[in-house]
Write a protein that binds this ligand. Structure first.
Ligand code: HEC
Ligand code: HEC
Ligand code: HEC
Ligand code: HEC
Ligand code: HEC
Ligand code: HEC
Ligand code: HEC
Ligand code: HEC
Ligand code: HEC
Ligand code: HEC
Length: 446
């Protein structure tokens, strides 16, 4: 009798867990199980619980696996200053007593809005003390500093310190406010991207059925890089079948622009369309965000055409006008009165050499070297979150092309300059460059 009750209890439990798990994974009507809102970086995944809960019955290790599958590469590329491997070293074992930093969940819990700070951090802002309590003894320059200031305003980051390492600060310390040649890299040319490509001799001829050849579509296409490169109507509209597809899917673009699509899927514009998600979500819309957007953009769906248009596949309007068609927060609107925008307009008028201007895209969709199909290529980074937070990530890939490190570091640490889109000089000074210099010279004299 006892055994039968046990069996019944066990099978009911398993059935319940299975059902709960299936629902969690399948992603339908899940709000009932949601223990609380997700962090700001993940709010778009509210209908894709399975993105993190890879296995419905799994706990910590399973969640860790999910975090690493989406963020592992970026942390590795950032030379993560506190990687898991640092803490597997037995010499550091004692440090884990207070905080087991081998696990993402030690610092980034979800569904806990009441204790979630910026960047989904669920530790108090002085948590560095757990492991660096003796820093003032090791470095006299740090005496009297509060632990809450370690990671604020331009001194240290927990993961990404590429622009903040001591030797980098020392090397960059005497850079002037403006670099001698203040310019960003030119975009890659067609021949650069497709070695061996040659401009076709004859003018391109649209290959769509005549009834589809609307004046606007043909004119826009004729003026585009696609016509020049020999990408015809059928390459998009009849790519997946012989029949005419009125609205070619994003996968069609992806077929030829894998690198751009990969970036798009990794950031907030395209994360809902990431093919790696366990469920298919609809594209993101401005009305679902907490950020301020223009009223007209409310119903717009984010895809490649939101910035490029269907046939013009244009890059200049995509870099400013398209953004301002949607974004209407104080920082974005203020760009229109900034010195950077003046440079951008002067470049468009041909008064300054290419790359002298600073568009929204210069900062948020910078040109980078990326691996595509095993080849190294210069591409536009389409993940606008890749260098956004902590914002010192923008230094190396963007600001330092034109400004010296000390000035740019101060500018990025000034909340007023972030708000007014860099109109004016920084009001405060980040002391880390001076401290690094001081230490380097005292070591030299020792
Ligand atoms: C971005 C990743 C992520 C997504 C998406 C996500 N979760 Fe979670 N979830 C977590 C993490 C991390 C924890 C562990 C929290 C902890 O340890 O306190 C967790 C814990 C839970 C728990 C256990 C609650 C507790 O307090 O221990 C439940 C139930 C849960 N999630 C349900 C859901 C549901 C339902 C969805 C979809 C609506 C969802 N989760 C989406 C990351 C996620
Ligand atoms: C399906 C892929 C996916 C999974 C799984 C995932 N994330 Fe994310 N995460 C994203 C995307 C996309 C963003 C938004 C873009 C960005 O900020 O990089 C984001 C944002 C973040 C941010 C905030 C960055 C900011 O600027 O606010 C943190 C921190 C983070 N994730 C940590 C985690 C942790 C920890 C886990 C595991 C519990 C996890 N993520 C699971 C895709 C994922
Ligand atoms: C000991 C605490 C701690 C642990 C453990 C931790 N993080 Fe973080 N994480 C932070 C802090 C603090 C930030 C805020 C930015 C900073 O200071 O670098 C952050 C920021 C981030 C960001 C935002 C972007 C960036 O480059 O900073 C991502 C993504 C992220 N963490 C992912 C992860 C993942 C994935 C893991 C597990 C492999 C993890 N974190 C483990 C403390 C931690
Ligand atoms: C769980 C323990 C732990 C926590 C929490 C922690 N660190 Fe570390 N940190 C280490 C270890 C271990 C090293 C390796 C060097 C050493 O032994 O001091 C290190 C090294 C560093 C370095 C030296 C640079 C480098 O890349 O080698 C800096 C700077 C640093 N941490 C800053 C911070 C800041 C800022 C915080 C809080 C945001 C923090 N750490 C939180 C354990 C920790
Ligand atoms: C780079 C891919 C691409 C190429 C090349 C292309 N189109 Fe399109 N076209 C699109 C996309 C994407 C849309 C849908 C836009 C939207 O969703 O608003 C579209 C929409 C259309 C539409 C409106 C929908 C319909 O069928 O009524 C017409 C007409 C059209 N294209 C004709 C053409 C013609 C003619 C050519 C060749 C001269 C051409 N397209 C070349 C991508 C392309
Ligand atoms: C059959 C392959 C193919 C398809 C499909 C395709 N493209 Fe292209 N695209 C090209 C080639 C080739 C170029 C020219 C040079 C290059 O590689 O950037 C180009 C150039 C571009 C450019 C740069 C324009 C410029 O002024 O230099 C953009 C933007 C673009 N494509 C967007 C798209 C979008 C959006 C889609 C889907 C609607 C798409 N492409 C579909 C092959 C393709
Ligand atoms: C948020 C707006 C935006 C979205 C969405 C967007 N792009 Fe772009 N894209 C740009 C801007 C701006 C540039 C030019 C940046 C520059 O020249 O500095 C660009 C450049 C390009 C280029 C030419 C430069 C290069 O990388 O070789 C291609 C190709 C391209 N995009 C394809 C795509 C595809 C495919 C998608 C959809 C997966 C897409 N874009 C979505 C804004 C966008
Ligand atoms: C069709 C409307 C639309 C267009 C066009 C557009 N965006 Fe966005 N953007 C969004 C939405 C929606 C989000 C997601 C906000 C969220 O997740 O809450 C977003 C997110 C962002 C973020 C991340 C904000 C954050 O706090 O994580 C940045 C940065 C950004 N966009 C910059 C740009 C730039 C630069 C351009 C032009 C090259 C652009 N956007 C074009 C709608 C748009
Ligand atoms: C000189 C570089 C630069 C230019 C130009 C620039 N931004 Fe930014 N943008 C930043 C930095 C830095 C941040 C702040 C990141 C942080 O610290 O949170 C930011 C933040 C943002 C955010 C996130 C706001 C939030 O509250 O989360 C959006 C959206 C954005 N920018 C859009 C734009 C648009 C649209 C344009 C053009 C009209 C533009 N930016 C021009 C550097 C720039
Ligand atoms: C393509 C080159 C270029 C890039 C990239 C660039 N800037 Fe600038 N920036 C300039 C130039 C040139 C000026 C001076 C414009 C003028 O005074 O007319 C300027 C002006 C400024 C100013 C205003 C200075 C003043 O005295 O009014 C600030 C602040 C600033 N930049 C910060 C930044 C930051 C932070 C970044 C990176 C996120 C950045 N810039 C990226 C070229 C650039």
């Amino acid at each position: 009798m006892k055994r039968a009750i046990w069996a019944l209890w066990l099978s009911t439990l398993l059935a319940l867990a299975g059902w709960y798990g299936y629902r969690l994974y399948a992603g339908d009507e899940l709000q009932a199980f949601n223990p609380g809102p997700l962090s700001a970086g993940h709010h778009q995944l509210e209908q894709a619980c399975g993105a993190c809960h890879l296995n419905p019955l799994g706990g910590g290790e399973v969640l860790q696996k999910a975090c690493v599958s989406c963020h592992g590469e970026e942390l590795k590329a950032a030379h993560d200053a506190h990687p898991q491997s640092k803490f597997s070293d037995p010499r550091n074992a004692d440090r884990l007593a207070h905080l087991d930093a081998r696990y993402c969940l030690a610092c980034h819990v979800e569904h806990a809005p009441e204790r979630t700070r910026e960047m989904a951090v669920t530790q108090p802002d002085d948590f560095c003390v757990h492991c660096h309590a003796r820093i003032a003894e090791e470095r006299p320059s740090h005496q009297g500093m509060a632990f809450a200031t370690c990671a604020s305003a331009g001194c240290h980051n927990y993961h990404d310190n590429r622009a903040l390492y001591e030797d980098f600060l020392v090397r960059s310390a005497d850079q002037p406010v403006f670099q001698a040649i203040a310019r960003i890299a030119a975009p890659a040319s067609l021949a650069d991207k497709h070695p061996g490509w040659q401009k076709p001799a004859a003018a391109p001829q649209a290959d769509a059925p005549l009834e589809r050849q609307t004046d606007a579509a043909v004119a826009d296409w004729l003026a585009s890089a696609h016509a020049e490169a020999g990408v015809n109507c059928s390459d998009c509209h009849q790519a997946q079948s012989a029949g005419w597809e009125a609205r070619p899917a994003l996968q069609v673009c992806q077929g030829c622009h894998a690198g751009e699509a990969q970036g798009f899927f990794a950031g907030k514009h395209g994360m809902r369309l990431n093919p790696a998600l366990p469920v298919k979500l609809t594209p993101m819309r401005p009305q679902w965000s907490q950020l301020p957007f223009t009223a007209e953009s409310a119903g717009h769906e984010l895809g490649c055409s939101s910035c490029h248009g269907a046939h013009r596949v244009e890059q200049r309007e995509a870099a400013v006008q398209a953004c301002l068609g949607c974004h209407a927060d104080e920082h974005s609107l203020a760009y229109q009165d900034s010195p950077h925008q003046q440079l951008w307009l002067a470049e468009q008028r041909g008064e300054l050499p290419p790359g002298s201007g600073v568009s929204c895209a210069s900062c948020h969709l910078p040109r980078e070297t990326a691996e595509v199909h095993g080849q190294s290529r210069r591409l536009v980074q389409h993940n606008q979150n890749a260098n956004l937070r902590p914002n010192e990530k923008m230094l190396r890939g963007v600001c330092l092309d034109c400004h010296g490190l000390p000035f740019a570091l101060d500018a990025l640490a000034d909340p007023r300059l972030l708000q007014n889109n860099f109109q004016g000089t920084p009001a405060q000074h980040v002391p880390s460059v001076d401290m690094a210099l001081e230490r380097a010279s005292s070591e030299l004299h020792r």
